[in-house]
Design a protein around this ligand. Structure first.
Ligand SMILES: NC(=O)c1ccc[n+]([C@@H]2O[C@H](COP(=O)([O-])OP(=O)(O)OC[C@H]3O[C@@H](n4cnc5c(N)ncnc54)[C@H](O)[C@@H]3O)[C@@H](O)[C@H]2O)c1
Length: 270
């Protein structure tokens, strides 16, 4: 904290206000909750997402609330699209010093996975993660101390789940990437961490539980094999993942790097 202005606008010294953040997969779900949270923290946000439909609708909502959010419709695994997305940032914005990598390949296959399945799983989750992180790191200001990255892992990164080989392998790779990127960027003062949520109640999970399992949220949370696997006996709301992500980005986490924070209602504890 350097002056009285900071004390007025940032009394807890979180250090997020006025900064530019990049959020991949920010058009909906957990990513949209992260964007909403970072806007509330006083950030400008570049949303990088393949969904023009969801992205445009969400950006319009944020702008109506007075926030500065820019949408780049881009696939994180497309090197040129990623470069163009960063290049298209409004010139008046400060260079991005916060990055949240959430875009992922939702492919759930076992050992029968084809080469195409593996590419669909790992291109966004791993290759996209690396391309976006590289572009972000290249654009950091010379004094990058205070810059921070949070990558999206999952409880699936830590456990085996039947039929999840492709997805869980990608998420486990996110943990390795996070540790190595933290080591590589530490000399520049950049911190890199990940979060590992359990089931987060978003549109996709609502649809899956209703259509495949025939369960609404209350019934799914009451079922021993679903909500019952979490010590807290329930699923998370997206905002409950966005808050720890904002914490890891903030100056309050200034001595935390190269690690993973489970946000899992106690799933991995037992
Ligand atoms: N929902 C859960 O229960 C849960 C639990 C643990 C981890 N996660 C992880 O959280 C992240 C967000 O998941 P969600 O459930 O909010 O998903 P979601 O489907 O609601 O949102 C994902 C967003 O990413 C975008 N996207 C997908 N592929 C992309 C690509 N190649 N390039 C750019 N954007 C792309 C989609 O358009 C979408 O807007 C993912 O990494 C997921 O693996 C989710």
């Amino acid at each position: 904290m350097t002056d009285m202005a900071d004390m007025t606008t940032d009394p807890l010294g979180r250090g997020l206000s006025g900064r530019t953040a990049v959020v991949t997969g920010g058009a909906q779900g957990i990513g949209a909750a992260v964007v909403t949270r970072l806007c509330a923290e006083g950030c400008r946000v570049l949303v990088l997402d393949t969904s023009e439909e969801h992205g445009k609708a969400a950006v319009e909502r944020w702008r109506d609330q007075g926030h500065e959010v820019h949408l780049a419709v881009a696939d994180v695994a497309d090197e040129h699209a990623v470069r163009d997305a960063f290049a298209a940032l409004p010139p008046t914005w400060p260079a991005p010093t916060l990055l949240v990598n959430l875009a992922a390949g939702f492919v759930f296959k076992g050992l029968d996975a084809t080469r195409e399945d593996w590419r669909a799983a790992l291109d966004p989750t791993l290759i996209g993660l690396s391309l976006v992180t590289r572009e972000f790191a290249a654009g950091l200001p010379p004094d990058a101390s205070g810059a921070a990255i949070v990558n999206m892992a999952s409880i699936s990164a830590h456990i085996a789940q039947s039929g999840y080989l492709t997805y869980n392998t990608g998420k486990a790779a996110v943990l390795g990437f996070t540790r190595c990127a933290a080591q590589e960027l530490a000399p520049r003062g950049v911190r890199v961490n990940s979060v590992s949520p359990g089931t987060v109640w978003n549109a996709g999970n609502e649809r899956y539980h209703r259509e495949v399992l025939g369960l609404d949220r209350a019934a799914a949370e009451a079922a021993p094999e679903h909500g019952g696997r979490f010590l807290l006996g329930r699923f998370a709301d997206p905002e409950e993942v966005a808050a720890p992500i904002a914490f890891l980005l903030s100056a309050e986490a200034a001595f935390i790097t190269g690690t993973d924070l489970p946000v899992d209602g106690g799933y991995l504890a037992v």
